[in-house]
Design a binder for this molecule. Structure first.
Ligand SMILES: [Zn+2]
Ligand SMILES: [Zn+2]
Length: 472
């Protein structure tokens, strides 16, 4: 009993001195908030779409290069993907960074909607994601340098998260295989690090080819590719009654003909199918392909489809996730200045809700159940190495992702403050991982148990090359 007490005391003292060790590095990180805020706002203003993030990727690369990281550009056959490395030997901790924007969501940093100019916008906060992860990697580098410890920190520049499945190609190329752990985060309207499932996903563009003809003068000569798209959509919409719970299917018609008096000889529909397990996604997707085949047959057209994206569901490692939550709670939230509060009040009105800053200042309790928040290509990484993520309050409470309100807040100091919460939480977690071999072993054990030792990685998008032109 006495021994246990002594051991506990020593452990507590040990961890106390460790916490003291990290504190100056977290303070140094915080002292660079304005600098990182500028990086994030520059990427926000670029608002480059998936696989077109030349300037955003270059800015993060130069930021890391000037801090002594070695840069490998164009990894996994993707020009805007990169890998920044500092240090040598194990342990090796990776941090993921994203920086792609969404099409058609441009918005100024104001609390009212402006008319859209058709450009992209950072409606998922990936400008903050990329910058905070970069900031965290630099802080961990400084820790390694100062302490003289062995270890490697890697920052992964991951393009085209929004539908482009950038990380899937990076996983397929084995880029994450030598990591002990990979950390990530996401922009959100609250601070949280509990378990939030992500859906597996398979997406494709279905293209139908018909025969053009005068729609009034010679309709019998024509075969409408648009009819095929409509027939396919009708069948898939009927299919919705006969799918498992949790299934999500959505589409947009990306080409539907040019003029009503011309029978369209080309039409295209872009589909997503999702489910909480990848096996069910594969089954649902195959049925969607059958509907496309049936539609082509019935309308006298031909069909081909191109796989665009495919991601695994997200795997959680309980003890690592819990640690992320503890660290987020230790870093804590932030409070609004009067100007930020006024901005948040205005945004809240557009969301039809009363402003509640509980989880801006604080952190959502770990056990709070969370609905799946869509899909992420981090899913594939999470089957390659143990991963953990968190969400930081970069948006006004209640703001959904992919909204103009998200773009707006992300362009203000609210976004920057949330970003620093994430940067510090990731840095703290990564420094602890560098120091704690027993913890790393525990994580690895849990990871293998959850994933299965016999797991064999099969990318849902198959062996296709990166869809570099999917936003063209
Ligand atoms: Zn998104
Ligand atoms: Zn996102």
């Amino acid at each position: 009993m006495k021994h246990t007490l002594l051991l506990l005391t020593l452990l507590t003292l040990g961890s106390l001195s460790a916490q003291k060790r990290y504190q100056p590095h977290l303070q140094a990180l915080e002292s660079k908030a304005a600098e990182y805020g500028e990086v994030a706002q520059t990427i926000w203003s670029y608002a480059e779409l998936g696989y077109q993030e030349e300037q955003s990727s270059a800015l993060l690369q130069s930021t890391l290069e000037s801090e002594g990281f070695t840069i490998e550009k164009g990894v996994a056959g993707i020009p805007t993907a990169f890998l920044a490395t500092f240090g040598s030997g194990g342990p090796t901790v990776g941090i993921l960074a994203e920086y792609d924007a969404l099409p058609g969501l441009s918005q100024k940093a104001v609390p009212y909607k402006i008319s859209n100019d058709g450009r992209g916008g950072h409606a998922c906060g990936h400008h903050l994601f990329g910058t905070a992860s970069t900031a965290a990697a630099i802080a961990v580098k400084n820790y390694l340098k100062k302490s003289g410890k062995k270890g490697t920190i890697k920052l992964f520049g991951c393009p085209a998260e929004e539908g482009g499945s950038g990380k899937v190609y990076m996983t397929r190329a084995g880029l994450f295989d030598d990591l002990d752990v990979a950390l990530h985060w996401h922009a959100d309207s609250k601070n949280s690090a509990g378990i939030r499932p992500a859906l597996a996903n398979k997406s494709a563009k279905f293209r139908f080819y018909g025969i053009a003809a005068h729609a009034a003068g010679a309709p019998e000569m024509g075969r409408s590719a648009l009819d095929a798209v409509e027939a396919m959509n009708t069948m898939v919409n009927m299919m919705r009654e006969h799918v498992t719970d949790d299934t999500r299917i959505h589409y947009v018609i990306t080409r539907g003909g040019e003029a009503p008096n011309v029978v369209p000889d080309f039409a295209e529909v872009y589909y997503y199918s999702r489910h909480s397990t990848r096996d069910e996604v594969i089954r649902v997707f195959d049925r969607i392909v059958d509907a496309a085949r049936g539609a082509a047959l019935g309308t006298g057209t031909t069909m081909e489809y191109e796989m665009i994206g495919g991601t695994h569901e997200l795997l959680y490692v309980p003890s690592l996730q819990k640690r992320m939550h503890q660290n987020l709670s230790r870093i804590g939230g932030y409070s609004y200045t009067p100007e930020e509060k006024a901005f948040a009040e205005e945004i809240s009105k557009t969301l039809n809700r009363k402003l509640n800053t509980e989880f801006i200042e604080g952190v959502v309790p770990y056990e709070t159940p969370e609905k799946p928040g869509g899909s992420t290509d981090v899913g594939d990484v999470s089957f390659a190495v143990p991963t953990a993520g968190m969400r930081a309050a970069t948006w006004v409470p209640g703001t959904p992702a992919h909204s103009w309100q998200a773009v707006a807040a992300g362009g203000t100091s609210i976004g920057e403050k949330g970003m620093m919460v994430a940067a510090k939480t990731l840095a703290l977690t990564a420094m602890q991982l560098m120091d704690d071999a027993a913890f790393r072993a525990q994580i690895k054990k849990e990871f293998i148990e959850t994933r299965g030792a016999e797991f064999n990685y099969i990318p849902l998008l198959g062996d296709r090359e990166p869809a570099l032109d999917y936003r063209n």
